[in-house]
Design a binder for this molecule. Structure first.
Ligand SMILES: [Zn+2]
Length: 355
């Protein structure tokens, strides 16, 4: 029903829904597939932000605090110089890095979207130096699916779990690592150093921290989202509590700039503090909602014998309360709050209830 409010055309929409329901019933005939599916009154205190699967007319504006420098549309990427031969390359959706040393270049991730442009970006600042190494942050295609476009690179470094997953995926665009490690690997090339560490599965098995000590830049992908709501379901983390622990690791470490791998800009310690605070708040909001929401309340009595329905109704109301608790404080602080807050609340309640 909340979709009606969003459309702002309650009567028209109500009429349309009515039409759809009757049409579906007429079509289903004796098959019975639509039997019993009926629109209901919304849950009490339903948030005005549309829940998952309901179209949004206009998402909240992106606050200036979350904006980054513009990308030149002719090039399709921008470079950010961290000094000491280290650069970020981004299309303002995805971020990766490369490090120039005396005899070549080390590339850290090669995104699907602009991997083929990385050689051109390197040429801008390092001339014809060859790419001698690629480091994979983790196995996901959005971050390394452009690796093949870099040509045959002699050394590809990743964590053991990344090799396992890439063998399974057998994707020709993501060549297998040639060097793997468990917990720690330090790369020395020319006078440059990169410290790679694996601290746990968080977002995905094999997702590593990459630290450039000379430049004081830390790259941790799909874990910190400077100025932004994290991607849905805490960046589709396989282990949400572990992902939260990784944010705490980033928070406590000593660095000047963090590269999170997505959205519009690099991050500061203030950004990570804010994300950490948001995670504490959502954990508290979901825990309170789980404890104070009564199972079975508002359920149609005809559904009492359907355990899936009983929990669907309960979890919906927990998520709605979680969204309501967080919106006053967070809706203007994090860009994209409205886009994924329902996903985060559903993910948080599940994590607290069963993990
Ligand atoms: Zn990922």
């Amino acid at each position: 029903m909340s979709r009606l409010r969003i459309a702002g055309l309650a009567l028209t929409a109500l009429f349309a829904v009515g039409m759809f329901t009757s049409a579906a019933r007429a079509q289903s005939g004796s098959a019975g597939g639509e039997e019993g599916v009926a629109a209901a009154e919304p849950y009490p205190n339903m948030p005005s932000i549309p829940p998952i699967g309901v179209r949004t007319g206009k998402y909240f504006d992106v606050p200036a605090s979350a904006q980054g420098p513009a990308v030149d549309p002719a090039k399709g990427y921008r470079l950010q110089d961290f000094g000491g031969g280290l650069y970020m390359i981004t299309d303002n959706q995805i971020q990766s890095m490369f490090l120039v040393y005396d005899r070549g270049v080390v590339v850290m991730d090669a995104p699907q979207s602009y991997g083929a442009k990385i050689p051109e970006a390197i040429k801008e600042v390092a001339g014809d130096k060859p790419i001698t190494h690629v480091i994979y942050s983790h196995s996901h295609a959005d971050h390394i699916g452009g690796a093949k476009a870099l040509g045959d690179v002699p050394v590809i470094i990743a964590q053991d779990e990344t090799l396992r997953l890439l063998k399974r995926d057998a994707d020709p665009n993501r060549p297998l690592p040639t060097v793997t490690f468990g917990d720690k690997y330090t790369l020395h090339v020319g006078g440059q150093v990169l410290e790679l560490t694996y601290r746990g599965p968080g977002h995905a098995p094999g997702n590593i921290f990459i630290y450039a000590p000379k430049q004081r830049v830390l790259m941790v992908i799909d874990t910190v989202f400077p100025g932004w709501m994290p991607w849905r379901r805490f960046a589709v983390s396989q282990d949400v509590f572990d992902e939260f622990a990784r944010v705490e690791d980033v928070r406590k470490m000593d660095w000047d700039t963090v590269v999170g791998g997505h959205v519009t800009r690099v991050g500061t310690h203030a950004d990570v503090e804010m994300q950490s605070e948001f995670y504490r708040d959502i954990k508290q909001a979901a825990a309170t909602a789980l404890a104070t929401t009564k199972i079975g309340e508002t359920l149609n009595p005809l559904d009492k014998g359907n355990p899936w329905a009983v929990y669907d109704n309960y979890i919906d109301r927990v998520a709605a309360q979680c969204v309501n608790t967080l919106t006053p404080k967070w809706s203007t602080k994090l860009a994209g709050y409205d886009v994924f807050i329902w996903d985060q609340c559903y993910s948080m309640e599940q994590t607290l209830r069963i993990d």
